[in-house]
Design a binder for this molecule. Structure first.
Ligand SMILES: [Zn+2]
Length: 341
């Protein structure tokens, strides 16, 4: 199989082509973006500080004397390394009052549960678990294991199982933030997962409605009307001016996997040994990846990892090992078994 000599995108990736030198079409488009990216990073960090200022929060230099909000930001906290690092920045660098929310999909690694406890305690952050009823999650995961539920574009970026879970996480976080009047939602997207242009964005009601339908429609067919509880209702749209901003600070912060792991270890975080190489919290991920790989002949993380290799935040060897390394059969079988019994 042909694999790009610069990033690691394979010839099986949708819409890709290669130069005679073996460079993929994404890499050919990329040149000279690096200088722009470092300028953008400064711009977006300033944009974030301005937003904190506008929302009346304490900024780096001037602690606010008024408490406008019970919580400044709701953090979508998976317990993985990226969201742990993001949350530590929100608390320690930007001095925000954080409410951490974790989604228990039934496949949280015990090591991740321990990490969640240690990190939230060490950072003095309030924390909530949301665990949907198991029979419902099981129905969704089994259906996603059997067939594609979403669009072609979506499947280029993540497995169907992952997209279902993340869709529920995003929706629940938005719903909670609106209901509790929390003006921002934090996500730990890596620089390869989401572009810097989307790193600070106010939720727009009509876009939210569209994004919700994309997930809600197929999930309702699988699980019935009970799924409605996890999505926004008409009353939420009526207070649309209170919709929070979505922020993913790692887009403008310095990113290096080794540095991140080193940093969060000081908070009592340890790398789980029971997850696959692309997750530091979820025991379903290996199975979800395996299904995707067999269905489409490319790894669901390859887009994200290739972006990071291209942008120089990860070496090609590290990226290659994550995507083309040996799959852990035991992990795959354990997840499959749990879903099928
Ligand atoms: Zn490439």
């Amino acid at each position: 199989m042909k694999i790009c000599t610069q990033c690691i995108l394979p010839e099986t990736f949708p819409g890709i082509s290669f130069s005679t030198g073996g460079l993929c079409s994404q890499c050919q488009k990329f040149d000279a973006r690096e200088t722009k990216l470092s300028e953008d990073k400064k711009k977006y960090e300033q944009k974030f500080l301005d937003l904190l200022d506008n929302l009346g929060m304490r900024t780096k230099h001037t602690p606010s004397t008024v408490d406008h909000y019970t919580y400044d930001i709701l953090m979508a906290y998976s317990g993985g390394k990226d969201s742990t690092y993001t949350m530590s920045l929100l608390k320690k660098k930007y001095h925000l009052k954080v409410l951490a929310v974790s989604f228990d999909n039934g496949f949280l690694s015990p090591a991740a549960v321990e990490n969640i406890k240690n990190v939230t305690d060490n950072l003095a952050i309030d924390h909530v678990y949301f665990k949907p009823q198991w029979d419902l999650l099981k129905k969704i995961f089994l259906a996603a294991a059997e067939r594609e539920l979403y669009s072609k574009k979506t499947l280029e970026r993540a497995s169907t199982i992952c997209t279902s879970c993340i869709g529920l996480v995003k929706s629940l976080c938005l719903k909670m933030a609106v209901e509790q009047n929390i003006p921002m939602i934090g996500f730990g997207w890596s620089p390869g997962q989401a572009p810097i242009e989307s790193s600070i964005m106010k939720n727009n009601p009509s876009l939210v409605r569209m994004a919700q339908q994309v997930i809600l429609k197929p999930l309702r067919e699988i699980a019935g009307d009970v799924i409605g509880a996890y999505f926004l209702q008409q009353k939420h749209y009526e207070s649309a001016e209170q919709f929070p901003y979505n922020v993913h600070p790692m887009a403008w912060e310095y990113y290096n996997e080794e540095m991140i792991v080193h940093d969060i270890q000081k908070l009592g975080w340890t790398a789980p040994k029971d997850t696959d190489s692309n997750s530091s919290n979820c025991l379903l991920n290996a199975y979800a990846n395996d299904i995707h790989l067999k269905r489409y002949q490319f790894h669901p993380y390859v887009w994200e990892i290739a972006n990071m290799v291209r942008e120089g935040v990860m070496t090609r060897d590290e990226g290659y090992a994550k995507i083309y390394g040996e799959q852990d059969k035991n992990l795959i079988n354990a997840a499959k078994k749990k879903l099928e019994t």
